[in-house]
Design a binder for this molecule. Structure first.
Ligand SMILES: [Zn+2]
Ligand SMILES: [Zn+2]
Length: 556
């Protein structure tokens, strides 16, 4: 490469939702902006998470100087525990972002070897040829920054995720001045969040949910369960504040919810009045008329608190007629089926359920900028080049069209694809002919092993550890198991103790079924996932093998 050129190489986050990662390279120096994960689609059976392929970074290991994070969402930090063992470089991030990263690294036993460097909005770091200023932006979580990266070729602004919230819950406004200052000075390229480009107007402030939440809290005949993302610190703060206002106490369920509230509170970024929280073990017996519960699991993830509560299988909380459940989160495309099935379970128990899509005041607002905010940012920054980021292809395309319409871009607008770099030089910018290796890596989080792609993963599992097919016959009228489950295996059991092991495996299945509620028993996708997870754990512990497990349910 020419020594005086800057490459921007996207390794994820384009044409897909999640696993954001952008590489900047100048000469022999590389920084990586964000390292996110993506949750797998349903057809990727057995895959726990998906992360960007970092082959390019491994090939250039000695050049990578740092990973710089914009904010604490999983689609920006979730891949860190999986890439750090291969690429142990310093990680820059704000206080809250690093606190969440620290927790993850601790869980993976990687914290001791990690080099975490805390930064704050308004501060600057110099990393090789890159001089970075952190600019405060508003979003659905706290402590979010955009990056202004000064390079020898010019200034690159990477927005991270943002909306322009004029009345942020934490009182810290979007730093429009900083963006304007760079705009005045001259910006080589703007890389910007495209998520909500299909929405006209402005995204409402996080505060917009207060009216409706307060109304629902006041009107609720019994207890209220609010489910939001556990990283939505603003929303959590508002629930705590409104609960206090209407004379209700707050219970917290779900591991990620408990963890994140603890972290944010520990950093002084969440105000929780003394005596306002109900201990977990007291939630069940607490006066339902005076209780609000914060629960994780808005996307109906199979093992999450809300999914369990919906089928009455949560040890701390059960719901009855006229309890209220508020889903204060977006229904992420791809999750509709699971979420609506969970909502159906709630309605079956005659719970009052509120979710996105009504015509009344909102119970959820997006954390991403709508068209007018995108226009404001373009006008302020007036970049020479513009690159839409963070979205599916149609969103990137429409963001490009919007920028064209605004007319604030003096040079070219680029639509990037994962793995295809753009080269910026003093003379101009252009797509580079050669792509770098890029793609998705499937991770089975239990094994910490990468899986190149699903087919290879399945083949390897089959080749090395075989396949296990538990067959469970359920009576379609009673929902009971008809006979003891059958287990068919191929290529899995070499020894004589096979029969004994299968006997125990049958007991595991029966136990899983026993511990399931009648509603779970009628929901095959839930029950299959539970059996798969439990059996995987059991077989791995007993044999250290990871066979492919494909539960089959027969209706008889
Ligand atoms: Zn994001
Ligand atoms: Zn985000």
């Amino acid at each position: 490469m020419s020594t005086n050129s800057l490459w921007a190489i996207p390794l994820g986050g384009l044409g897909e939702f999640g696993m954001n990662m952008m590489v900047l390279r100048y000469g022999d120096e590389i920084i990586v902006i964000d390292a996110g994960l993506m949750f797998p689609e349903q057809e990727l059976l057995g895959v726990d998470i998906v992360i960007p392929d970092i082959t390019y970074l491994k090939q250039n290991k000695s050049k990578v100087r740092a990973i710089v994070l914009t904010h604490a969402h999983e689609d920006h930090i979730g891949a860190i525990p999986y890439i750090l063992p291969e690429l142990n470089v310093p990680i820059y991030g704000t206080e809250f972002t690093l606190a969440i990263v620290r927790k993850k690294l601790e869980e993976h036993g990687l914290l001791d070897s990690a080099d975490l460097r805390e930064v704050a909005a308004g501060q600057k770091s110099t990393i090789g040829a890159f001089h970075i200023e952190y600019l405060h932006v508003t979003h659905s979580t706290i402590d979010c920054v955009a990056l202004a990266v000064r390079t020898p070729v010019g200034v690159i602004i990477h927005t991270g995720d943002f909306k322009i919230d004029p009345t942020p819950v934490d009182g810290k406004p979007f730093d429009l001045h900083a963006f304007a200052r760079y705009g005045q000075e001259g910006v080589l390229a703007l890389f910007s969040d495209s998520t909500n480009v299909e929405r006209p107007g402005f995204t409402p402030s996080e505060r917009a949910v207060v009216v409706r939440l307060e109304e629902l809290f006041r009107a609720a005949p019994r207890k209220v369960v609010v489910s939001c993302f556990s990283s939505s610190v603003h929303r959590i703060q508002q629930v705590i504040d409104i609960a206090q206002m209407v004379g209700r106490k707050v219970g917290i369920v779900g591991r990620s919810m408990v963890d994140n509230i603890e972290i944010a509170h520990g950093l002084g970024k969440l105000r929780i009045p003394d005596g306002s929280v109900v201990r977990p073990q007291d939630i069940k017996s607490y006066d339902p008329k005076r209780l609000v519960v914060l629960a994780s699991g808005t996307q109906a993830e199979p093992m999450s608190a809300l999914s369990r509560i919906a089928v009455d299988n949560h040890r701390l909380l059960s719901l009855n007629e006229t309890d209220t459940v508020i889903l204060s989160a977006r229904i992420i495309p791809g999750n509709e089926k699971a979420i609506f099935r969970m909502i159906d379970h709630l309605f079956r128990r005659r719970v009052l359920v509120y979710y996105e899509g009504g015509r009344s005041a909102p119970i959820h607002v997006s954390g991403h900028a709508s068209q007018e905010e995108m226009k404001i940012l373009l006008q302020l920054v007036k970049p020479k080049y513009f690159v839409p980021l963070h979205g599916e292809y149609r969103q990137l395309f429409r963001h490009a069209a919007l920028a064209e319409q605004v007319g604030a871009v003096s040079g070219q607008i680029f639509l990037m694809e994962t793995g295809h770099p753009i080269e910026f030089t003093a003379d101009g910018a252009a797509h580079m002919r050669e792509a770098v290796s890029a793609g998705r890596v499937m991770v089975d989080s239990g094994s910490l092993e990468e899986i190149q792609d699903v087919v290879i993963r399945d083949r390897r599992h089959l080749a090395e550890d075989g396949v296990v097919v538990p067959i469970i016959a359920i009576d379609k009228h009673t929902g009971h198991i008809e006979t003891s489950p059958e287990i068919v295996t191929r290529g899995f059991l070499p020894s004589e103790d096979g029969q004994e092991l299968l006997g125990k495996a049958r007991e595991v299945i029966l136990k899983t079924m026993e511990q399931s509620t009648p509603e779970e028993m009628t929901d095959w996708s839930v029950i299959k996932e539970k059996i798969r997870v439990d059996l995987k754990r059991f077989l791995n512990k007993q044999t250290s093998k990871r066979p492919l497990i494909l539960p089959v349910i027969l209706e008889v």
